[in-house]
Write a protein that binds this ligand. Structure first.
Ligand code: BTN
Length: 241
């Protein structure tokens, strides 16, 4: 594991990808930044994180013989690896809000942005970007964001936490080579935020009720809408918290 620490950058995902274009990096190269001024989130959103308070890092992972359709499996494994660490820190009411926000109750504590590079049907590598709200004490106009310190009442050591997360990621990503897909799907579904309970969603500009029943192997959300099971891709649907 190669760990590169930088002070400030635009985005650790972008920075790592620029380095990859210039030089051959080993598997599991980690780039972590104290501050990002252009942190990126899912679906073109921004990831805002107070400098020096939180973890913002990206991990390069190579794959051999992994089918592109397995892309979402990687996303599940990464979410589960994070939940494992947060569970050990006794963060209460952990769940995974599809596709891969880690929640404590109704508060988002961690976001994941995975960028996959494919060659035909094969997955070549992933840049796994992770932001964990650790010691930030104020999220201003983000009512559904919270940090670990707000939840636990204590400050957390950033280096020690990074170490734990990286070890968990490395261990869990090995499961992909061992064809442990079934167990991964089950554990992920089991942790799904608001599964089997009535919730509101925004679909095509309308607010509609629905019940989350699970996630398909290729990562679409399976929503029960008045008895009909429908499948939605990330760009087609948004949660109403
Ligand atoms: C989301 O919740 O929408 C995903 C947020 C991902 C944020 C992390 S912070 C480190 C890495 N670099 C980025 O620019 N984004 C990811």
């Amino acid at each position: 594991m190669l760990i590169i620490k930088v002070g400030a950058t635009d985005s650790t995902n972008l920075h790592l990808k620029r380095m990859m274009a210039e030089t051959e990096l080993p598997d599991f190269t980690v780039l972590t930044a104290n501050a990002q001024h252009k942190g990126r989130g899912q679906a073109g959103t921004h990831w805002i994180s107070e400098p020096g308070k939180n973890l913002t890092f990206s991990v390069l992972k190579y794959f051999e013989g992994q089918e592109a359709s397995g892309g979402f499996l990687i996303s599940k494994v990464v979410s589960l690896a994070l939940v494992e660490v947060l569970h050990a820190l006794e963060i209460p009411e952990l769940s995974i809000k599809w596709p891969n926000d880690i929640m404590s109750g109704n508060q988002k504590i961690c976001g994941i942005l995975i960028e996959n590079t494919l060659k035909g049907q094969a997955l070549i590598h992933s840049v796994i970007g992770i932001g964990i709200n650790v010691n930030q004490s104020d999220f201003k106009n983000l009512p559904h964001a919270a940090s670990l310190s707000q939840i636990t009442g204590v400050q957390h050591d950033l280096d020690a936490l990074l170490d734990r997360v990286l070890n968990s990621l490395e261990k869990n990503l090995q499961k992909l080579d061992k064809a442990l897909g079934e167990g991964i799907h089950r554990s992920y579904d089991h942790l799904l935020f608001r599964r089997d309970s009535l919730a509101e969603f925004e679909i095509g500009g309308k607010i509609v009720p629905g019940i989350i029943r699970g996630v398909s192997p290729d990562g679409t959300l399976l929503l029960d809408r008045e008895g009909r099971l429908e499948s939605y891709a990330l760009k087609e649907i948004a949660f109403r918290l």
